[in-house]
Design a protein around this ligand. Sequence first.
Ligand SMILES: [Fe+2]
Length: 237
Amino acid sequence: MKDINFENYWDYIDDKFDKLVDEGYLKFPSIANLDLTKIDKSISKQISSKTYNELQDEHKKFIQQLLLNEVLAPKLLDFAKNEFGYKGLISNQYHIARSAKPGDRKYRAHFDSHIFTLVIPIRIPEAQEEGETNGELIFFPNARIFPKNPIIDFFGKLWFKQYSSRFGLRRLSKKKSININSFRDYEPLLFLGNTVFHSNQPISSKAKSHRLTLLAHYFDPFPNSSIGSILRRIRLR
Ligand SMILES: [Fe+2]
């Protein structure tokens, strides 16, 4: 099994930031050469039966192996500062392991709070029959423009709530271009989580395994704004 040199793996993005802004997403070279079966086992044994799991030691170790903090995060930080006027810290990150089981049918499409979302595929079940869905990422690049302040951010999210269900997504696909990514190629995907509206397809109950992806979210431009504090601010005016 060949290893991947993560010292320069992330350089792939260096001349593609314009493409990232234009298209809303970008795919990195496949990580299928890694021993993903072993990584899946070690991460999965530390996670609960919930779909979303906070950062645990094995997940942390894998992030270190990928050199996310040393190599990728500084590149993203520079870009966030220049392109989006991000003023926060490099440590403003949120890592979760998403483990979905066969039969999982929830949609809940949304925008992330963070500027970038990196999806690292670890275990992706194969479709057993044609037309079967297996947790594919459904996303609408540039569904909205980057919110300039937390109030625009909040109302943008509120407006898109009407599209968060399965039927809502179908409606939205008539107006905006829809992308579907299976991750069967094991290519990590970086997207602008704050402007790309996204969700996952259900996982067929016939799927042979769970579906494990690691989600790394970088840089919340409005870290101190909750719905409550926004409403409070509006009332104070
Ligand atoms: Fe998300």
